[in-house]
Design a protein around this ligand. Structure first.
Ligand code: C5P
Length: 230
């Protein structure tokens, strides 16, 4: 699977999104569309982006009973998205049903299916005291990643710092928490530059504000691409 920069399109409307895409000129990058934009603009916007030639990672993090996830994924597969995801905590059966739904819905090449192991908003205290899970965060991440592999998924979302473990398991890693050197960390805690993510073996980096918040978005995108993909 080829290395690529994915731009996190955390915009509140399609107008804002298309205004941003205009600034990238002739470039048609891989875009991450998340809940905020999708729940406002719906599947039609995704179809339009596909018609315009963009690759789409639809980041909706599905988590429900296997049959519901299977049927939902059949619909997402028919949208022609290139990558999507589920929560690994839904279990192996849910993940394998997600994969089956995507395969059926896409009728051709199945989109890349990624599992969320633990959200970065979950910490050791929450794991122990709210979720009543006695294992360490790291053990749950490794086991959830192995479950994703058993279910036939392609990989996981993780920090670039965890990418080497994921590579060992022969899985794809999709890594957010990326900043160009000199940029603000914002609310991210453990960050990495595109160059470091490459060195650590990330397959895809997800970059939001370092590109969307840059004065020259095209130059920032090209810098990420050069550091990570060359
Ligand atoms: O702007 P920034 O580069 O921090 O955006 C990162 C993107 O990756 C956001 O869309 C965020 O929701 C997403 N993400 C993350 N950490 C995770 C999973 C997803 O930052 N563990």
């Amino acid at each position: 699977m080829g290395k690529a920069v994915i731009i996190a399109c955390d915009f509140s409307s399609r107008e804002e999104l298309f205004g941003f895409l205009d600034k990238l000129g002739e470039y048609k990058p891989f875009l991450k569309v998340g809940m905020e934009l999708y729940y406002k603009e719906g599947p039609e916007m995704v179809r339009e982006l596909k018609r315009r030639g963009y690759k789409i990672f639809l980041d909706l993090k599905l988590h429900d009973i296997p049959n519901t996830v299977y049927k939902a994924m059949r619909n997402l597969g028919s949208l022609g998205v290139d990558m999507t995801n589920v929560h690994a905590s839904g279990g192996i059966k849910m993940m394998s049903e997600a994969k089956r739904g995507l395969l059926e819905g896409s009728k051709g090449e199945a989109p890349i299916l990624i599992a969320v192991t633990q959200l970065t908003s979950t910490d050791a205290d929450m794991l122990k005291n709210e979720l009543l899970i006695g294992e360490t965060l790291e053990n749950t991440v490794r086991t959830y990643a192995l479950n994703a592999k058993k279910a036939g998924l392609d990989g996981v979302v993780c920090s670039p710092l965890e990418a080497p473990i994921i590579k060992e398991l022969d899985l794809v890693s999709v890594t957010p928490g990326i900043r160009l050197a000199g940029d603000s960390k914002d609310d991210q805690k453990r960050i990495s530059t595109p160059a470091l993510a490459k060195e650590l073996g990330s397959t895809y980096i997800v970059v939001g504000r370092s590109i969307t918040g840059a004065e020259d978005v095209k130059a920032a995108y090209l810098r990420c691409k050069k550091e990570f993909e060359d």
